[in-house]
Design a protein around this ligand. Structure first.
Ligand code: 13P
Length: 269
């Protein structure tokens, strides 16, 4: 199985929830529930609002948990009121940053070209982008999903070399499944994640494509995660609502780690 060439990942996207003072306690509560395997079988990422990150980080020597942000400026520095640069995120210990989330595209007018610029800025700063793509319900009903998602992926990663794309994570998040309780079926999600890998393969090659982690996001929770994760091209989840509860998040992390630890030879890319 080619999952051995890439990381299994569970990333929580807290969006604009909780308070900075709650983040540290959450991390402390989560720590003892993380997989104990000596081998790192699942990368665990918490993408928090900016002010939480140094607080969640403080005093934590937890190597099994990486912190991430939810957006980054497309600019390096200067007169951009309210913006936070990739260098600033690096300086406070961010390893990952979400870009192109549908909520930023929808409510903040983020364009494909801005997403691409942000991806480049993050990589230059040494941060791995978690690039979100996904179709609307209307696009799905018109059977435009695969073409639209392929377009978004190509636009987001334009200009990246093979070494750079290997440092990116792609999250397939159908807009109609986000926060609605409507999950894509495992087959629907698998079809699109497979399509995303095919796009990367066509732009680079099979070796590069098999090393990029592709996540599913959209109402993922403890009861549907195992089926989604059983699909060969789904390497983990980007989780909103269910990542706000320690027990639910820990359940999904352990389910992913168990699946990854059980991975072996012999499956399609
Ligand atoms: P929900 O898990 O709340 O549907 O959110 C998914 C998401 O948008 C993660 O980025």
């Amino acid at each position: 199985m080619n999952k051995k060439y890439r990381k299994a990942i569970i990333a929580g996207n807290w969006k604009m929830n909780k308070l900075p003072s709650e983040s540290r306690a959450f991390v402390e509560e989560l720590k003892p529930l993380l997989p104990r395997s000596k081998k790192k079988v699942c990368e665990v990422i918490l993408c928090m609002p900016y002010p939480f990150i140094p607080i969640a980080q403080r005093g934590s020597k937890e190597k099994r948990l990486a912190l991430g942000a939810q957006d980054v400026s497309a600019h390096d520095s200067g007169a951009f009121t309210g913006e936070v640069s990739a260098a600033m995120l690096k300086d406070i210990g961010c390893k990952y940053c979400i870009v192109g989330h549908s909520e930023r595209r929808q409510y903040h007018g983020e364009t494909d070209s801005e997403v691409n610029t942000k991806v480049h800025k993050l990589l230059e700063a040494g941060i791995s982008p978690i690039i979100c793509v996904g179709e609307s319900l209307e696009q799905r009903e018109k059977e435009l999903t695969l073409d639209f998602v392929a377009y978004q992926v190509k636009a987001a990663i334009a200009g990246l070399g093979p070494k750079e794309i290997k440092r990116c994570v792609i999250a397939y998040e159908p807009i109609w499944a986000i926060g609605t309780g409507k999950t894509a079926t495992a087959d629907q999600a698998a079809e699109v994640c497979n399509g995303i890998r095919a796009v990367i393969r066509s732009m680079y090659d099979a070796r590069v494509a098999r090393s990029v982690s592709i996540l599913y996001g959209g109402s993922m929770n403890p009861s549907n995660c195992a089926e989604l994760l059983s699909k060969p091209d789904i390497d983990g989840g980007l989780i909103g609502g269910a990542s706000l509860k320690v027990a639910d998040l820990a359940f999904m992390i352990n389910a992913t780690a168990d699946g990854a630890a059980g991975e072996d030879e012999g499956e399609a890319e």
